[in-house]
Ligand binder design. Sequence first.
Ligand code: ZN
Length: 491
Amino acid sequence: MATLATETNTFSPVSTGLRNYNDFYLRHGTATHDPPNLMTEALHVWRTRGEALDWKITESLSAIAEPAGRTTRAAYAALKEEIVRDLRAACPVDIVLLQLHGAMAADGCDDCEADVVAAVRALCPRAIIGVALDCHCHLTDALLSHADIVICFKEYPHDDASDRAEELFDLALRTHSGEISPVMALFDCRMVSLFLTKQGAMLDFVAKMKATETEPGILSVSLGHGFPWADLPDTGARMLVVAHSDMAVAQNTAARLGRAFFDLRHHLVPDYPDLQAGLERARAASSGPVVLADMSDNPGAGAPGDAVHVLRELIAQGITNVASGLYWDPMAVRQCEVAGEDAEIQLRLGGKMEPASGQPLDISGRILRIISGLGQHLGAGLEPLGTLVWLKMPGDIDLVINDLRTQVYHPEAFEQLGIRLAEKRLIVVKSFFHFHGSFSGIASEIIFCATPGRVNPNTGLIPFTRRGMNFWPRIDDPFAPDAKPAERAGV
Ligand SMILES: [Zn+2]
């Protein structure tokens, strides 16, 4: 078993090298000695299940990098080679279980998951290969052709990694015993967007997928949401059905569910206000704290995490009593470490990584706290935060600046420093949705805002060159023979 995971934003000019994996999470066969994180939860489950059956287990690489641009050719070659080398040493094996992301691209390789699984298949032609993916994956025919069973997280925010790992283990075990013979089919939903599963129509659709799994002959149902900011031919939502032995059942079920999902499209995605409209709503709120998601600078989708567009506007509008983070700026962190706690400091913040970061912002404030080595929870997993700096600016604006690119998952990213979020009027977080569960308890209102930046959630506006433009929301009905551009490409 092994983990290899990053989500590649091919529009980002920022390379992902071995150093980025090392900074975030890199273990060579020892991930199950650590507490689990989102992408290693599966390894913990598989080890526990396998040891209970007295299996001999070989644990290989666990490599996770915060999303950015493509992984470098050298880094990808080294990571893949480590998995291949460990597997070769362990052969012959009965079952290979992999937790991959599903949207990893490297220099010279558009579909790293298919490439890794092909290498595993070449070494182990008769082994059962099970692959667990993040739902923000590109489900490709190439990947399916080399694997026996592929399943994705069903939930976004992702809180079902362990459940999916259990499911994959069960299916691999039943396949190994000869009880089932999995076949897989895909349906291209012709949709490119983000789908939060915790409310409304998506909540019902996830329930529908689970209900379908109880139908005769159906083993597993996944919706690959797709990762929008990847300029690749297969980007977009796909329905995946694993059935027992009957390909027609898999194909028909994938098509039926895929069309049902497509038919819900106008109910799946909110109308995201732009920055001005978002701040207007925040100002109009009668009580605090309002949480505003700076969606377009979400490092979790490959944005730089050092954009200061929102902060600049907060200052311009004189909005006070705010907490905002996480600003990724190692140079600013270093300056703060040199100055020390309680120092007054002038900083040139953010705006350094790439054009989407915008221009840096000159600010001043008092350094109230500097802490290293803390984490923030995402479900059961603990995600690293690097070194955190609490800077208090005039107007009671509390910034959290850090040196490890990561989105905000949990109030812990602020509160462990001493920032009292409940007393704030406005909290601005760089994230899409993962913060939602843990912040909803303190927020009077949550505003998902299409701020300026690299990953603007209006996906109809993404400038694909290698992917066809026949997708919703760019086209209202991409299945129609005379498909026309939608009136509002940015839903
Ligand atoms: Zn994801």
